[in-house]
Every structure is written in C-alpha cells, then in structure tokens.
Design a protein around this ligand. Structure first.
Ligand SMILES: [Zn+2]
Length: 144
C-alpha cells in the first residue's frame, strides 16, 4: 500500500473513526514514513486548533465582558442602592406623615407600626440568611 492510501486514513485515525486493525496499520506506517508522519502532525495540530475554538454565542461573550467591566458592576450596584434608598425614603416619609397626623386613628397607627416592625424583622431575617449563605457558599468565587 502506498502513502496516498494512508494519507486518506490519517483524519480517520485522529477522529478515532478507524477500527483497531486499520489504526494499527496506519500507526505502523507512520512509525516508518517520515513524510506521512509530518502530514499526521500537521493534521493533529490543525484539529487541536479547531477543538480549542469556543462555541459560545458571540453575544454571550459580549454580555459577559460588559458585566465584567468595573463600571458595569458599579452602575448596577449604584442603581440598586438608589432604588432601595428612594423606596425607603418614600415609605418613611409617608409613614411619618401618617403617624404625625393627629387626625388619624390610634388603632390605625398601631396596626401600621405592627406592619412596619413585622416587615423589618422579616426583611432583616432574610438579609441575615442571605449573608450567611453567601459567606458559606463555596461557589461564590466561581464565575457562573
Ligand atoms: Zn507514507
């Protein structure tokens, strides 16, 4: 059998598509023939390059890079903090007016106070739970 025949089987050998007998004959030829060996090495290098290519969608990578920018993380956190602060200020403002209004009923004020305190307790518990879970989360360093 001549080199041309083996050359056709080289990509099959690299992709593990040959049966053991065929693979054996090609390998034996490769150990003797430097020209086919060079061809084989070139093919392996080429297929390595193909395999190392990422198949992720380009827009996924763009989004990841965008969120990885220090500014993006800062803007996201700042936006979140602004929303929370604004919400809390608005709630506090409304509640203060309600409590300071002498025309409102005492029962209503007590009920609202109970709601606020209960809400704060639930929120605080959830926050503590979140923080504890975050501290012990073994995957927090891994980029998901
Ligand atoms: Zn050869």
């Amino acid at each position: 059998m001549d080199c041309e025949h083996y050359r056709e089987m080289l990509s099959g050998l690299i992709d593990n598509e040959l049966n053991p007998e065929e693979a054996n004959t090609v390998n034996q030829h490769l150990s003797r023939c430097t020209e086919c060996r060079a061809e084989y090495d070139a093919l392996v290098e080429h297929s390595d390059k193909l395999n190392s290519l990422s198949f992720r969608e380009p827009q996924d990578i763009a989004m990841e890079n965008f969120w990885r920018l220090p500014f993006s993380g800062f803007a996201r956190n700042a936006g979140l903090i602004l929303v929370i602060v604004g919400y809390l200020l608005l709630v506090a403002y409304g509640f203060t007016n309600f409590f300071l209004n002498p025309e409102e009923d005492l029962i209503g004020k007590i009920a609202l106070a109970a709601l606020i305190i209960g809400g704060l307790i639930v929120f605080g518990m959830a926050l503590i739970e979140r923080l504890t879970a975050y501290k012990t989360d073994p995957y927090k360093e891994i980029d998901r």
